[in-house]
Design a protein around this ligand. Structure first.
Ligand code: NAD
Length: 366
């Protein structure tokens, strides 16, 4: 197969972790005899510096041409006080909307080797295996009117949480279809006791559920969900929620996985004529300015995103499994970065990437 992949390293540790993810992608595609073409583009703070825009036209063009896009992270402290349209994060929203990737899939699972890294009690976390399906191109991050106006005591800020029935339907179908391949349970998260937006959300999810009689549906309010995620994470299978709630809840999920550096994500749009999904793949974490440039970021979230890309955009299940298996081998070996609190000296970002490649190679020769 020929894979045409766009790489957008972005800022801070985004550059370091995508370097390792690219290494693994090259390694696995070559081990399985595929042809890989990788292009690089600018996104975020580096794009503001080099092209005056967090999401340059050239990047838009490259993303539309690629089969799949692998991103690092964006964000530089120097832009913290810049207006929203001049911030690196605007690039992120731009590319998600350009590709119309409306469902963000965030698997959260506890790895045996990392169970002690979670601040939660082992018996609570052990066996956690859920996937958070977050709506990604609608809701309060995109709704209008938005902005800040007026001055003095009358200065006022507005954001708008808005969803159409069609937007809720398509992401709900995605969640139910995923649940069918898992434990057949969808938990829909909303705030329908307060928000009209959530009332429509709940009504439409119930209607869609009617087409999936083999999947159980439950509803939970977002505040209770935040509590249940740390009290009883094993109760969840597929968690379906809107954009902002999903953003917040999936970071909470990071605590269950041991470190935010572990979490991959796949943002999926419509199916292409080939049957593959349009996809944007990225670790859940940000650019981590506090550890950037030190070769100590955990690259496994980015490498797990490569596995997701192989599975969803290219349908290469065996290759995806090889990457996931190699990651587990490396975790079990203890060669992990400082965030996972290894018993011995922590490994560098690049050492973890090398170890994953070596584990893939070893498995291929057995
Ligand atoms: P962050 O995820 O960058 O960092 C939070 C904490 O987790 C930090 O202590 C960091 O060192 C640690 N961490 C994150 N990833 C790690 C990894 N791979 N290995 C080891 N430790 C890791 O979140 P933040 O500090 O809130 O945000 C920093 C910048 O990133 C901001 O500019 C923010 O807007 C941006 N951001 C971007 C994205 C994205 O590009 N998708 C997501 C979140 C935040």
């Amino acid at each position: 197969m020929k894979l045409n992949v766009l790489l957008l390293p972005g800022d801070g540790i985004g550059v370091e972790v995508t370097r390792e993810a690219e290494k693994v992608l090259k390694h696995v595609t070559s081990a399985y005899g595929h042809e890989l073409a990788v292009h690089q583009g600018l996104l975020g703070g580096i794009a503001i510096h080099k092209a005056g825009n967090p999401f340059p036209d050239e990047t838009r063009k490259l993303a539309l041409e690629a089969d799949a896009t692998l991103m690092g992270a964006v964000g530089l402290p120097e832009f913290d006080n810049a207006p929203p349209e001049k911030r690196p994060e605007r690039g992120l929203l731009g590319i998600r909307q350009t590709l119309q990737v409306y469902a963000n899939l965030r698997p959260v699972r506890s790895y045996k080797a990392l169970i002690d890294s979670s601040p939660l009690k082992n018996e609570l976390v052990d066996g956690t295996d859920m996937i958070i399906v977050r709506e990604l191109t609608g809701g309060i991050y995109y709704g209008t009117p938005r902005g800040i106006s007026g001055s003095g005591a009358e200065e006022r800020a507005v954001n708008t949480m808005t969803y159409t029935r069609a937007e809720i339907e398509r992401v709900s179908h995605m969640a139910f279809q995923l649940a069918r391949k898992r434990k057949k349970k969808v938990t829909s998260v909303d705030k329908s006791n307060v928000l009209e937006n959530s009332q429509l959300w709940r009504r439409v999810v119930v209607e869609v559920a009617g087409q999936y009689s083999d999947v159980a549906l439950e509803h939970i309010l977002v505040d209770n969900c935040a509590m249940q995620l740390v009290l009883n994470p094993r109760r969840f299978d597929v968690v379906l929620t809107e954009n902002m709630f999903g953003d917040i809840l999936s970071d909470e999920g990071a605590v269950l996985a041991g470190s935010i550096g572990m979490l991959p994500s796949a943002s999926i749009g419509n199916r292409r004529p080939s049957g593959a999904w349009t996809g944007l793949y990225e670790p859940v974490h940000g650019s981590a300015p506090d550890i950037a440039g030190q070769n100590k970021a955990n690259p496994l979230g980015a490498i797990g995103s490569v596995a997701a890309m192989l599975e969803y955009s290219f349908g290469l299940m065996e290759e995806a499994a090889a990457v996931n298996h190699a990651m587990e081998t490396v975790l079990n070996s203890g060669k992990v970065t400082a965030d996972l609190k290894p018993p011995g000296a922590p490994a560098a970002t690049s050492e973890v990437g090398d170890a994953v490649c070596a584990a893939i190679a070893k498995a291929a020769t057995v």
